[in-house]
Design a protein around this ligand. Structure first.
Ligand SMILES: [Zn+2]
Length: 238
């Protein structure tokens, strides 16, 4: 079965004083039978040094197992598609990371243009904010493919995210760090088509996060969707 990890961090983190190396990601991939890995920078690193986006891209050009995502900067520049990114990462923009959203961003005059441009580019964006922020943002979009990481765990209660976005066909979720029971609940409610496997290395390990999905009491066809087919469809990979 083809397996793609749709959520890992690559490179140095200034605040954490660690670095996730290519060697480490490939080691975990080999150990787990993962064939391709989505990589993006640590948020703190991207804020400190915007050159990290170019470094992620250069690394993915050297190492073909990597699928590079663009860290969306605070001035809301959309993914520069011609460069070869396959998606984007939006992370508590101008807010307090993993804690509180900055609602002023929703009034930023550049936001409309960002959304229009992103919808034209048509690549998925892993989007992490509080539930109320995410809800307002999603309401401003029409076709934008939004992946909420951790089933919403860091932005609120996953089941609240599920209730709010159940009918939003363009909103997806990744399994990183979420519990098996919650993952099953999501699959039952919105279908395996809208759930993606991710490990969130270094906050999770590929092996543990993957075993969680592999041991779910669901059909193999649904596992295939979660483990590779959904992300391939979203990023236009064939
Ligand atoms: Zn992450």
């Amino acid at each position: 079965m083809e397996i793609i990890d749709s959520h890992t961090h690559w490179g140095p983190s200034v605040t954490m004083g660690i670095e996730v190396t290519t060697t480490e990601l490939l080691r975990q991939a080999e150990q787990s039978g993962v064939g391709k890995i989505v990589i993006f920078p640590f948020p703190s690193q991207a804020l400190a040094d915007q050159a990290i986006n170019a470094q992620v891209l250069a690394e993915a050009n050297r190492e073909h197992a990597f699928i590079p995502y663009y860290y969306i900067p605070e001035d809301l520049r959309p993914i520069p598609r011609e460069k070869g990114f396959y998606g984007g990462k939006w992370h508590w923009t101008r807010g307090v990371q993993d804690a509180s959203s900055n609602y002023q961003v929703l009034n930023d005059p550049r936001l409309r243009g960002f959304i229009e441009e992103s919808e034209a580019i048509n690549l998925p964006i892993i989007f992490e904010e509080e539930l109320a922020f995410t809800d307002t943002f999603v309401g401003m979009t029409k076709t934008m493919k939004i992946i909420i990481p951790h089933l919403g765990l860091l932005g609120g209660n996953p089941l609240d995210f599920l209730a709010v976005f159940k009918k939003r066909e363009h909103v997806y979720f990744d399994t990183a760090l979420a519990g098996q029971e919650t993952i099953v609940r999501f699959i039952k409610d919105i279908g395996a088509e809208r759930v993606l496997f991710g490990s969130d290395i270094p906050f999770g390990t590929m092996k543990n996060e993957l075993n969680k999905v592999l041991s779910l009491p669901i059909r193999d066809a649904d596992k295939e969707l979660i483990l590779s087919k959904n992300v391939k469809r979203l990023i236009g990979f064939d």
